[in-house]
Design a binder for this molecule. Structure first.
Ligand SMILES: Nc1ncnc2c1ncn2[C@@H]1O[C@H](COP(=O)(O)OP(=O)(O)OP(=O)(O)O)[C@@H](O)[C@H]1O
Ligand SMILES: [Mg+2]
Length: 323
């Protein structure tokens, strides 16, 4: 199957410094494949190179080396650009325009015919929950509303592949939920979504696959399950109906014992202990089981660990090789 998005050794060096320019590698040989229909989370901490990658894919900047393809064509291909949508990190709009005027303007750029354009603009404004504000000048819009205008703009041409740079940024919890539902709806329509974020929980609930970028380098890539599967960090056993003195006998064998309320306890066990054994003992002493769950690494943990590993790697090589 042809990838919807494909990069090979994509690299970007910026020239930094005032008097004496030196190269700074913002993206280092990135190779990723995004399958059609994927919701692909492009994760990384601030400064990792996410926006740089998106700009390279949009041809707003050009690579120092390497290749990028969208829908099987070079990223700069004109025919491809009609089939993609892009929400920039900080969308900037002519703020004397109204939401409707702005979208109409973008619609003209895409050469969508008059009647159809009007219909699409109004449908999309309604879908994004800013239909009532269509005649309001953008300078009166809140940050969250502007983000919705940005999304509307990215979807106007009915794109097959949608690039979103931090789509949830600046949104309150309700707004985040709306955008999340919108992304799932777009996925159900068969579109491919590539979005960047440093908020891992957004990726956890949305993505089929993720890539983690740290300091311009790909630190991990796979399904969320792939990345977490091998990291059972221990167990959480919740029991109730047991006396304190009995639970306290486990002190040496448990990582942590917390009384939740009354005779209900959360007992955290390490990977070295056998939860079945401990549970059997507790039940013999009159406890009942509430739940037993493996404690897995979250994406957050993975992220923090990879950041630390890449940091150590750089120190081991004798400092930052990028000058
Ligand atoms: N035009 C530029 N000139 C010089 N350096 C740049 C330029 N654009 C980006 N950089 C540097 O490249 C690195 C990656 O930046 P980028 O904006 O891609 O990060 P990001 O992952 O999007 O971060 P954030 O989460 O903060 O948006 C940063 O160190 C940044 O300072
Ligand atoms: Mg960015």
């Amino acid at each position: 199957m042809q990838a919807a998005i494909r990069t090979r050794d994509l690299t970007k060096d910026f020239a930094v410094g005032f008097w004496r320019k030196r190269p700074y590698r913002a993206l280092d040989r990135l190779s990723i494949d995004v399958a059609p229909g994927d919701v692909f989370g492009f994760l990384g901490p601030n400064g990792a190179g996410k926006t740089t990658t998106l700009k390279l894919l949009m041809q707003l900047i050009f690579p120092s080396s390497g290749e990028a393809e969208i829908l099987g064509r070079p990223a700069g291909d004109i025919a491809v650009r009609r089939r993609i949508g892009y929400l920039p990190e900080n969308p900037y709009f002519y703020d004397h325009l109204t939401a409707e005027e702005l979208l109409d303007y973008y619609g003209r750029l895409f050469r969508i015919a008059g009647g159809e354009r009007g219909r699409r603009v109004s449908a999309i404004l309604d879908r994004l929950g800013i239909g009532a504000e269509r005649r309001l000048q953008l300078r009166r819009f809140s940050k969250g509303m502007l983000q919705r205008v940005g999304l509307a703009q990215a979807l106007l041409n009915d794109p097959e592949v949608i690039f979103l740079d931090e789509p949830m940024s600046g949104l309150d919890p309700l707004g985040r939920r709306d955008v999340r539902n919108l992304i799932l709806e777009l996925r159900d329509q068969g579109r491919t979504i590539f979005f960047s974020s440093h908020i891992l929980s957004d990726a956890e609930v949305l993505c089929s696959r993720v890539a983690i970028l740290v300091k311009g380098q790909l630190a991990a890539q796979g399904t969320i399950a792939d990345l977490q599967a091998f990291h059972v960090r221990g167990w959480e056993l919740i029991v109730h109906g047991v006396e304190d003195s009995i639970v306290q006998r486990l002190r040496g064998r448990a990582r942590r014992i917390t009384r939740i309320e009354g005779a209900r306890y959360a007992i955290e066990l390490g990977t070295e202990s056998r939860p079945e054994q401990i549970l059997t003992e507790l039940i013999a002493d009159g406890a009942s089981l509430v739940s037993l769950n493996p404690l897995r690494d979250t994406l957050e943990d993975l992220f923090v660990r990879r950041v630390a590993e890449v940091g150590e790697g750089a120190r081991a090589e004798g400092g930052h090789a990028r000058g």
